[in-house]
Write a protein that binds this ligand. Structure first.
Ligand SMILES: [Zn+2]
Length: 353
């Protein structure tokens, strides 16, 4: 069977797929993993211990682009995960229903059907994915498939209430109260932990989202929260986002500035505050959106808004994972009743990739 179990002479080559995408091969030389891009093109091959053995990139219509360690070895499944049958004449690729040439950027045979008759790009029956090869691939050779649909490139941007919209005070503009428990001045050489924009790229710096809780009244405004935190000695809100119990997301400390929410670990951590107190044993608050008695938990709106935020932040900065404040020790934050929700978000974040 081609692409599953192949015998050439006495040599056996096995292919392993998950959800229709080839992920590994095994032959006499051992197990190799195939890594792909958003179109399913094989861009790198590693050995069984994860060491890169070869790699390759592609021009938009699939001709190989030479880079260090190229071309890929050990597989002929390349551009969009389709098989290269012959590398002569610019290559002939098996797209199942038809053969495709990355050199002339067209199929060798006309499409047997016109998938989208009202789109003039489909009327050329030899054209490849409506001449939009960065966005579409064609697994069957019959119908272009949108590879950005549902992928990281078209995920929703969450609606944020920006700092001007909620009337934020400027960082450093509110004096701490006497004997304030915290002391976060603006950065200086003597005060390297001060309020400071990151110097490197945010994509390289930001790695983990940390969940916190604060406040016991759902009516607490973000403006009040900022004032309280600055009076406690922070230079600005210590967190980067605040998620109300109704799911409204507020912009907190600027994302480009290091937070002040996990002492000793703040670099690279994005702080998200859930408004509420999720410690067990609290009195019921009849005015809260979740007046569920002694043990309030984060609301569904809060959790769903945070998921949107996680997806968006991952798209922008490449997030490694989600943590609870308590994971860094020295606190019960975000409260025992919030831990199951944070655990749910940890799994959610792992499954993004
Ligand atoms: Zn906390």
């Amino acid at each position: 069977m081609g692409g599953a179990y192949e015998v050439t002479g006495s040599a056996v080559k096995k292919y392993y797929s998950i959800a229709g995408m080839m992920v590994a091969t095994q032959d006499a030389s051992g197990l190799q993993y195939l890594l792909t891009d958003h179109l399913g093109s094989t861009v790198a091959v590693t050995n069984s211990s994860g060491t890169l053995t070869s790699q390759q990139r592609y021009l938009p219509f699939g001709a190989p682009r030479t880079i260090p360690n190229s071309p890929i070895l050990g597989t002929d499944f390349g551009y969009t995960g389709q098989r290269l049958l012959d590398s002569g004449m610019g290559g002939i690729m098996d797209y199942k229903a038809r053969f495709y040439s990355p050199c002339i950027m067209q199929f060798h045979q006309p499409d047997r059907l016109i998938p989208e008759p009202y789109n003039p790009q489909s009327l050329n029956r030899y054209s490849y994915v409506r001449n939009n090869p960065i966005r579409y691939n064609d697994p069957s050779g019959n119908v272009p498939i949108d590879c950005y649909d549902g992928s990281r490139y078209c995920r929703p941007t969450p609606k944020l209430v920006s700092r001007p919209e909620w009337g934020a005070s400027e960082p450093g503009s509110i004096e701490p109260l006497p004997n304030a428990p915290f002391d976060e001045p603006y950065y200086s050489v003597d005060r390297p932990d001060g309020y400071q924009p990151y110097s490197g790229s945010l994509e390289d710096t930001l790695d983990t989202i940390v969940i916190h809780h604060e406040g016991d009244e759902e009516s607490m405004s973000v403006k009040d929260l900022q004032r309280i935190e600055m009076e406690r000695g922070f230079y600005d809100l210590p967190y980067h986002f605040i998620v109300g119990q109704d799911g409204t997301i507020y912009e907190g400390r600027l994302i480009a500035v290091r937070g002040a929410h996990v002492p000793g670990f703040n670099t690279g951590k994005i702080g998200i505050l859930w408004v509420g107190d999720f410690s067990p044993g609290l009195e019921a608050d009849p005015t809260a959106l979740d007046p569920s008695g002694d043990d309030p938990s984060p609301t569904l709106n809060q959790i769903n808004a945070t998921k949107t935020l996680i997806v968006w932040l991952d798209d922008l900065y490449g997030i490694d994972g989600v943590a609870a404040h308590i994971d860094y020790g020295g606190t019960v934050c975000p409260g025992a009743n919030a831990i199951p929700s944070v655990n749910q978000l940890k799994i959610f974040a792992q499954n993004l990739r």
